[in-house]
Design a protein around this ligand. Structure first.
Ligand SMILES: Nc1ncnc2c1ncn2[C@@H]1O[C@H](COP(=O)(O)OP(=O)(O)OP(=O)(O)O)[C@@H](O)[C@H]1O
Ligand SMILES: [Mg+2]
Length: 268
């Protein structure tokens, strides 16, 4: 795991001073990026499970996951025909309603309840129902283009990039698309070369430099998951305090040390 930022940019709340200045008013927003099938969804779900948030009522959750996949644009008739032929690029930034992503995340940072669209991958439009996301202490936003827009990027208090090898990702894509989409190998590989690989290199890998934390192997990295989980647990426990010397952090601890951690460390 590597870090490349002290997180104290442009006067925006940093991971470490967040709770001191914004107690209960502004959620702690974590962006999770990485290539297709790098394990973003699995990683976020693992955190939610380990922090015992998965079985809570929606309005009681302290940690929620938002996925970029919910924000696909409704396709035009011509684009739907392209999609049916496997010729529409779902990995391009233009495939997403970026304005809605930005506005939704802005509302979330203000502590508002938001409605998230539900995308229908069969009709390539939005379902009538939406998902209500209530204010939570910590919000994870996951998507391979999560760091593409600077405006969105600047909203995150912590940016995590999941760094999984391309061959590992491709083998997962093959297995998943055969079992879930019923596609054949030739179709999967041609789409991978035509869209997935190119978009990864152009729009995702190029944003890795913005990450605060780079995690190899995603859910196969329990040490890194424990570190992130502990960080979130500290926020949920009521805040973090810090001492700052010459712009560097030299002390960092949870304020509520007497509160028992909700979950024990996840170890092999
Ligand atoms: N450590 C792992 N070992 C084996 N399979 C895994 C592992 N992590 C994830 N997978 C499988 O790989 C596929 C992709 O994982 P996941 O959905 O978590 O990735 P993602 O980065 O969210 O992908 P996408 O960009 O397509 O949304 C899924 O089928 C998942 O079950
Ligand atoms: Mg995913």
């Amino acid at each position: 795991m590597a870090g490349n930022s002290d997180g104290d940019v442009d006067g925006k709340p940093t991971p470490l001073n967040h709770k001191l200045t914004n107690c209960h008013s502004e959620p702690f927003l974590i962006g999770v990026s990485g290539g297709t099938a790098s394990g973003k969804s699995s990683f976020c779900l693992k955190l939610v499970q380990l922090l015992r948030q998965s079985k809570m009522e929606c309005h009681q959750k302290q940690l929620v996951i938002l996925s970029q996949d919910n924000f696909y644009r409704v396709l035009t008739s011509e684009q739907k025909i392209e999609a049916l032929k496997g010729q529409f690029n779902f990995h391009h930034p233009d495939a997403f309603d970026n304005e809605l992503i930005l506005n939704t995340l802005k509302e979330i940072t203000k502590g508002q309840t938001v409605q998230i669209p539900v995308y229908d991958f069969v009709s390539h439009s939005r379902k009538e129902e939406t998902v209500t996301v209530y204010p939570a202490e910590v919000v994870l936003f996951e998507g391979s283009l999560a760091f593409y827009s600077q405006e969105v990027r600047d909203l995150f208090h912590l940016k995590i990039f999941l760094d999984s090898d391309a061959d590992t990702r491709l083998s997962r894509i093959v297995l998943r698309d055969i079992s879930e989409k019923g596609q054949d190998l030739e179709e999967i590989l041609s789409q991978y070369v035509m869209f997935t690989k190119r978009a990864f290199e152009e729009f995702c890998l190029s944003t890795k430099k913005y990450a605060d934390v780079i995690i190899p192997r995603a859910v196969d990295n329990p040490v890194a998951i424990n570190l992130i989980m502990q960080h979130i647990q500290n926020i949920l426990n009521g805040g973090l305090s810090k001492q700052k010397t010459n712009g560097y952090l030299n002390s960092y601890m949870a304020e509520c040390k007497d509160q028992p951690s909700e979950s024990s460390l996840w170890l092999h």
